[in-house]
Design a protein around this ligand. Structure first.
Ligand SMILES: C[S@@+](CC[C@H](N)C(=O)[O-])C[C@H]1O[C@@H](n2cnc3c(N)ncnc32)[C@H](O)[C@@H]1O
Length: 285
């Protein structure tokens, strides 16, 4: 008993009482947190080193999936088939604009798989933090943007990567989507895919410019993260939560921008698209 008391006095004296009171669960959660942080530092360091490429090549697994908590491929499996089908609608060479490249492993890779040979793919990403004040605490994407840009550059500078032997001209632009779109000519694209910032002001401007730059006789406008189709109720709710990327199971900015821009759109598991036919927007091909 005396030795226990002595131990307690020692702990208090050296300020370790707080530690002795810390629950095991709390301690464990701290260890997990720092382990994740540590692996991210290692990942950052190794990202563009050949060792990562070799590891990926030998084990056929994407190491980014193990080391970082945000998915490097943001084309969710449930959406991939619809994406491939819609992106693959063309049999002649086309001009395609992709907004939001991230690591170049999702939509970019899907576009490269199915665009006809001779097509041009212009992909734009800002790769800068863009989370709102409210989202900052939880957004992990913001601090991965440099890493994502490196990965995308790798995809775009490797000839024929993901596009088999088909000849796709790939143009990668680091810019704000709207800044770039302002410079693009009317009726110059057959296909546009919108998956950049999901906040309303940006998405609505992107859609406005898209309507101007797509070919009037026939084009496809598509995008990501429309988990529910717009209706009178959710449009009102969305308008109340525009400072959040994600709310109540959907992206309010995307929902409102799409709902305002089109009477109707097609949607499969969050991937949405609409056809422009003779200047009219329609869900039927
Ligand atoms: C959801 S990720 C794109 C995912 C990608 N399409 C895929 O399938 O993996 C969104 C991307 O949009 C980019 N972004 C955000 N705001 C942007 C803006 N104003 N202009 C251009 N890109 C932007 C981000 O840097 C991020 O890489």
């Amino acid at each position: 008993m005396r030795s226990i008391n002595r131990l307690r006095i020692l702990i208090e004296k050296y300020g370790l009482l707080a530690l002795s009171k810390m629950s095991l669960r709390h301690l464990r959660s701290k260890i997990v947190k720092y382990r994740v942080k540590f692996s991210k530092v290692i990942f950052f360091y190794l990202w563009d080193k050949p060792i990562i490429e070799i590891f990926n090549h030998i084990f056929r697994i994407d190491i980014s999936k193990i080391l970082i908590t945000v998915n490097a491929n943001q084309a969710w499996p449930a959406r991939v088939n619809a994406q491939l089908e819609v992106f693959g609608s063309f049999s002649n060479p086309i001009s395609c604009l992709e907004i939001g490249v991230w690591f170049g492993k999702g939509s970019t890779s899907n576009l490269l798989k199915v665009l006809p040979s001779g097509s041009t793919l212009i992909s734009v990403d800002k790769w800068e933090p863009y989370a709102s004040e409210l989202d900052k605490k939880t957004s992990e994407m913001d601090y991965l943007s440099t890493l994502a840009a490196h990965s995308a550059l790798n995809v775009f500078s490797t000839p024929n990567r993901s596009s088999g032997n088909r000849n796709i001209e790939k143009v990668l632009v680091k810019a704000d989507s709207v800044t770039l779109m302002k410079k693009l000519s009317e009726e110059s694209f057959n296909l546009v895919y919108i998956d950049g910032s999901h906040y309303y002001p940006k998405v609505s401007q992107e859609i406005e410019h898209t309507k101007r730059i797509v070919k009037r006789n026939f084009a496809i406008i598509s995008g990501d993260d429309l988990e529910v189709l717009p209706n009178e109720v959710n449009l009102l709710e969305a308008a109340e939560h525009l400072d959040q990327d994600f709310y109540n199971g959907y992206h309010p900015g995307v929902l409102l921008a799409v709902g305002e821009a089109f009477v109707e759109v097609n949607m499969v598991n969050g991937f949405w698209w609409v056809y422009c036919k003779n200047g009219k927007f329609t869900t039927k091909i």
